[in-house]
Design a protein around this ligand. Structure first.
Ligand code: PLP
Length: 423
């Protein structure tokens, strides 16, 4: 217990002793299976010897060199490798220390690129309800989780939101082309209602994270969204903070759609829990336009730190050498089937969904009628605590439309074996 530190609440947790692979041990010797990779962070597991060796080698040369004073080989190499992972035409990388900073970076880059192109009236970022894009004020403004924004509303410019394609709740078939068309029509109406020339960008998680509980968009949705952005002159930004780094079965979830974004935001699994790390990977011409018009008015002291780049390189090596994207698909398939078995056995598991090892199940009073559990029951906290007491870490949210729904993220590290999924 600490007298000085504080986080969200007064709740305390055991002290960590050590972590290795997919497990963590507390100071009392209790072992925990990391079924949520922390918060969908530890993609290559804990204490991976290759990542530690990469970091250790970097520590012998330079941990930090301020980016306005020095360039660094490791940072350059890492940027080049990430650009290769991103879709063609997205080659410019801006490093930061996490997801919220990356979201801020993308928003500001989009705005400055649009100013450079002579469209100063465009400033609004459209995003979805529900969604989560971070904790800094700019990120909160584009986050579709009303309780997180309400206290700060007077301090922010409200940004337009449009309903996420919650096809499961709406009783629509995600494979039916009419389903995507239904949600895309809502988006087009929202764009027209906002006056399209005031809109700068559409920000979207290509597979939903904790706010929607691993929502996979209906077939054709992302492609339709790209077409709408082109039609009305919006940039399309993928928030891959949670989906990036191989979690959904490809290095970026963007690879699974025939819809190339203008920017990709990455964090969490990028540093894999070895160093705080995030990045924005942008279309080249957007960056060139900004640099040609006075430069990017943005930057963080710890951005592009050589030690963080070494950690990111180590994590990327492991993702490639251990073929963790394929493994996410394979092991994710095993876990998905197990969760579906539970759903068949228990009527209170209302839905099982996700891609790769970004999986979720939904707890309901009744899955058939899609009746949600009473809020007072606090099921999303209770079940997590029961799992925790039994040595399993999972991650939950009750934020659908800001008011209802309990879902649980099942997202172990991508190194998880089939035998460990039994456990
Ligand atoms: N975007 C998404 C999709 C996220 O899931 C998160 C964090 O959960 C963020 C942004 C914010 O990232 P960070 O907590 O690293 O600031």
């Amino acid at each position: 217990m600490s007298d000085h530190l504080f986080y969200q609440t007064r709740q305390t947790r055991p002290f960590i002793e050590r972590a290795e692979g997919i497990y963590l041990w507390d100071a009392a010797g209790q072992r925990y299976l990391d079924g949520a990779s922390g918060a969908m962070v530890s993609n290559v597991g804990h204490s991976h010897p290759h990542v530690l060796a990469r970091m250790s080698a970097q520590m012998q040369s330079a941990t930090f060199a301020y980016r306005l004073h020095f360039q660094s080989d490791i940072v350059e190499q890492f940027a080049a490798r990430l650009a290769k992972k991103a879709p063609k035409g997205l080659d410019k990388v801006f490093f930061v220390s996490g997801g919220s900073e990356a979201v801020e970076t993308a928003i500001k880059l989009a705005r400055q690129a649009t100013l450079a192109r002579g469209e100063p009236e465009r400033f609004k970022i459209m995003s979805r309800l529900p969604s989560y894009h971070g904790s800094t004020l700019g990120a909160v403004a584009v986050t579709g989780t009303p309780p997180f924004a309400e206290p700060f509303a007077p301090m922010m410019q409200a940004m337009p939101k449009v309903r996420a394609p919650l096809h499961y709740l709406d009783g629509l078939d995600p494979e039916d082309p009419g389903t995507a068309a239904h949600y895309l029509k809502e988006i087009e109406e929202a764009i027209l209602a906002e006056s399209p020339e005031s809109l700068l960008a559409f920000l979207v998680e290509p597979v939903g994270g904790a706010s929607t509980g691993a929502l996979v968009p209906p077939k054709g949705y992302m492609e339709g969204l790209r077409a709408l952005c082109d039609k009305y002159g919006l940039l399309l930004i993928y928030d891959e903070v949670m989906t990036g780094g191989g979690r959904t079965g490809t290095y970026f979830a963007a690879d699974q759609y025939d819809a190339v974004p203008d920017m990709i935001i990455s964090a969490k699994g990028l540093g894999g829990g070895y160093m705080p790390l995030g990045a924005v990977i942008s279309r080249n011409d957007l960056v060139d336009d900004v640099l040609d018009h006075g430069g990017f008015l943005h930057g963080f002291t710890n951005a592009a730190m050589p030690l963080a780049a070494a950690a990111g390189m180590g994590v990327l090596d492991v993702v490639e050498e251990e073929q963790l994207c394929d493994r996410a698909t394979r092991i994710g398939g095993v876990l998905f089937d197990r969760l579906r078995d539970l759903q068949s056995a228990y009527p209170f598991i209302g839905d099982v969904r996700g891609k790769g090892l970004l999986l979720a199940f939904e707890l309901m009073a009744d899955g058939q009628s899609k009746q949600v559990l009473p809020k007072e029951l606090n099921a999303h906290v209770k079940l997590v605590n029961i799992a925790y007491e039994n040595g399993l870490i999972i991650y939950s949210r009750r934020t659908r439309n800001g008011t209802e729904g309990d879902h649980f993220m099942i997202c172990p590290p991508l190194i998880t074996t089939a035998a460990q999924t039994d456990e």
